[in-house]
Design a protein around this ligand. Sequence first.
Ligand code: F6R
Length: 235
Amino acid sequence: MKQLDEKAARYIVDVISANERPVLGLATGSTPLGVYSSLITAYQQGQVSFKQTTTFNLDEYVGLPSSHEQSYAHYMQKHLFEHVDMEPNAIHIPNGMNADPQQECNLYDKQLEKAGRIDIQILGLGHNGHIGFNEPDQALIRNTHVVELSETTIAANARFFTSRDEVPKQAITMGIGSILHAKQILLIVKGEDKAHIVHKSLCGPITTQIPASLLQTHPGLIVLLDRGAAKNLNL
Ligand code: F6R
């Protein structure tokens, strides 16, 4: 696992080193934790500086302040930003506290546009093939948008909150168009429980019912899998 995390971190360090003003697309969740920890080590060893780097996170819950332990803003501070030399104003995460979430989406798209193309977008993969909060559907949305979380997601998240009422019902996510607009995409998947969806996403038909299957169309897709996640592929 450490090998995979270090390899992913190496791709990111290389992108940072090769660009004067690198733009990174970041994900949260359990998958990139080891990658962020490898990036912190690389920074501490003087292999990389984040001073000129701009970041855009994929998503954030609506209604959670950045100080809330379950917010993605809090996650990013804890697992990466507070350990490296990022400029605070170069960090972009949708503001889940904007009273007008749609306005927040428009603002995020403007910020993305201003920054130019994301040089490398890190992605994890949901069990149902979601990327960001782009869930399986008959159609997918191109730009940043508000999503209603499914009852299953709300129920699964409830364990992290003191009461069920506190669990966010909505999130803001970058759209599929913005994800696919990145110059490179680094899809990282770990665990045998995702072997099935890895196979469907990478080898099955391209369908909005498996949002990650659209990644097959991206010329700059890099896939990093552990043995478990790669189990159903004929490698
Ligand atoms: C996180 C995100 C999600 C996760 C996915 C996998 O910002 O957008 O799409 O990447 O749910 O989550 P983990 O890594 O926890 O299995």
